[in-house]
Design a protein around this ligand. Structure first.
Ligand SMILES: N[C@@H](CCC(=O)N[C@@H](CS)C(=O)NCC(=O)O)C(=O)O
Length: 253
């Protein structure tokens, strides 16, 4: 057994006279054991459902980064997300939950941030290293979470999910939240007239976070809110055509 002392020297013979290399156990152990994203990688697990908008956000980030993962299905109809063992992964009893080795996370946007930073050099760059550009990107990820999502998620529930569950849509709620979403999309129309993507010149988390609710809403009457605004409409067409997003949709089949 190799003593775990970094000063302990090991001689490695290369089989040639006078060619003996001495390296420390520390270096050797680093070489052999330290995980490298290109070689040894713990399986990433996402606990959730392919119909969950929050889980879809995480799947989209993983596909953009070209990272393999395992979907661990959570049967929400059976209430598995409210019970042990799932509740130990997210004490709020909501999907998704996420594991990367020893790291356990919940909250989809925190998970996508982790993926984007931890695997920065892999696949699509979803965040920006320049701190001023990153600050602008963060403005738009916040806008998605604080302004867009409350309206979009309410409409997704009323127009996208309730019909699937055989529940009646509340038209007064739809009217109220379509007005709220329209006001947000007016701001988006102005932003996208000046910038190809919300966060800047390239596709980033600021755009990606919108994909799940937009996907549901484009199958409902609320699609008119997107289609009536030319820059928003072009942006929706662009981001929903991404191969990574299409892989998320394909997970359902
Ligand atoms: N802010 C959370 C929201 C998670 C969430 O609302 N998940 C839904 C599915 S999309 C859920 O688990 N709903 C069941 C419940 O709240 O009981 C996130 O982004 O991860």
């Amino acid at each position: 057994m190799i003593p775990p002392s970094s000063s302990y020297l090991i001689n490695i013979s290369l089989g040639l006279p006078y060619h003996k290399v001495q390296i420390t156990t520390h270096l050797l152990l680093n070489f052999l054991l330290v995980p490298n994203h290109n070689t040894v990688m713990a399986t990433i697990k996402v606990y959730g459902s392919t119909f969950s908008t929050a889980a879809m956000r995480v799947f989209a980030a993983l596909y953009e980064k070209d990272i393999e993962f395992e979907l661990v299905p959570v049967d929400m109809r059976a209430g598995e997300h409210k019970k042990a063992p799932f509740i130990s992964l997210n004490p709020f009893g909501q999907v998704p939950a996420f594991e990367d080795g020893n790291l356990k996370l919940f909250e989809s946007r925190a998970i996508t941030q982790y993926i984007a930073h931890e695997y920065f050099d892999k696949g699509t760059q979803l965040v920006i290293r320049d701190s001023k550009k990153m600050a602008i990107l963060s403005v738009w990820t916040e806008v998605e979470g604080q302004k867009f999502d409350p309206a979009a998620s309410k409409l997704t529930w009323e127009l996208g999910i309730k019909p699937l569950l055989g529940k009646p849509t509340d038209s007064a709620v739809v009217e109220e939240y379509e007005a709220k979403l329209a006001a947000v999309l007016d701001v988006y129309e102005a932003r996208l007239a000046q910038s190809k993507y919300l966060g800047g010149d390239s596709f980033t988390l600021a755009d990606l976070h919108h994909l799940p609710t937009i996907n549901y809403l484009m199958g409902t009457q609320s699609k008119k809110l997107f289609e009536s605004r030319p820059h928003v409409s072009a942006w929706v067409a662009d981001i929903t055509a991404r191969p990574a997003w299409n892989k998320v949709i394909a997970m359902r089949s």
